[in-house]
Design a protein around this ligand. Structure first.
Ligand SMILES: Cc1cc2nc3c(=O)[nH]c(=O)nc-3n(C[C@H](O)[C@H](O)[C@H](O)COP(=O)(O)O)c2cc1C
Length: 185
């Protein structure tokens, strides 16, 4: 299919090398994130990039057991936002998470174009992140991204090793998109 190659090539890979990543590249991926659209150009996303050992240790201490593979990643990106940094409409539509998600996608696509693996995680304890980095309660730690150069699969569990090579699982297009008429099913 003629889908652009960064979208096709992005996978939530777990085999990430511990080899460091240059700041120049990290700057480019955050710049890509900053070019995302947002409601009234509010730009509610914030990124705390961890690339030194002391900071990485703090970040790693918040990861859940199942994310053992991310302990080796040379880069963790904490993605934060706050509801009041973006449009919050009277009918309940809050755009902070939506816009932050779009920025994270831009970041991931630029990372893929650079040859990096980048893997978003929900499996972490936001309270630990907040405590370790002195982040106040009102912030939402939306996700932690593990990033780095492609690594080897040896240290992955059997299940994860298999997933690394498995084809993508996606719902059929007819289930997620339609033309002209809403179908509840
Ligand atoms: C918000 C979010 C949270 C996720 N959390 C985890 C996680 O904690 N651990 C993990 O191994 N993968 C996590 N993933 C990765 C997804 O499982 C993965 O993106 C999904 O299975 C689709 O596979 P693909 O990204 O390779 O296409 C997360 C992805 C997203 C977007």
């Amino acid at each position: 299919m003629n889908i652009i190659k960064e979208i096709n090539n992005r996978r939530a890979y777990r085999a990430i090398s511990p080899e460091p990543v240059e700041r120049e590249i990290l700057t480019r991926i955050t710049e890509a994130a900053s070019l995302a659209p947002s409601c009234m150009n509010k730009q509610p996303w914030r990124f705390l990039i961890l690339d030194d050992q002391a900071a990485l240790e703090k970040g790693r201490s918040a990861l859940s057991k199942g994310n053992y593979w991310a302990q080796k990643a040379p880069i963790l990106v904490l993605v934060l936002t706050k509801k009041d940094l973006d449009c919050a409409l009277n009918d309940g539509r809050d755009y902070a998470l939506f816009d932050t998600g779009m920025a994270v996608m831009n970041l991931q696509l630029q990372a893929v174009a650079e040859g990096l693996h980048v893997h978003p995680m929900a499996g972490f304890d936001p309270a630990v992140i907040k405590k370790e980095f002195g982040i106040t309660a009102e912030w939402i730690v939306v996700t932690v991204l593990a990033a780095g150069w492609p690594g080897t699969v040896e240290s992955l569990s059997d299940a994860h090793r298999e997933m690394e090579m498995a084809p993508r699982q996606r719902k059929p297009i007819e289930e997620i998109a339609a033309y002209n008429r809403w179908n509840e099913a």
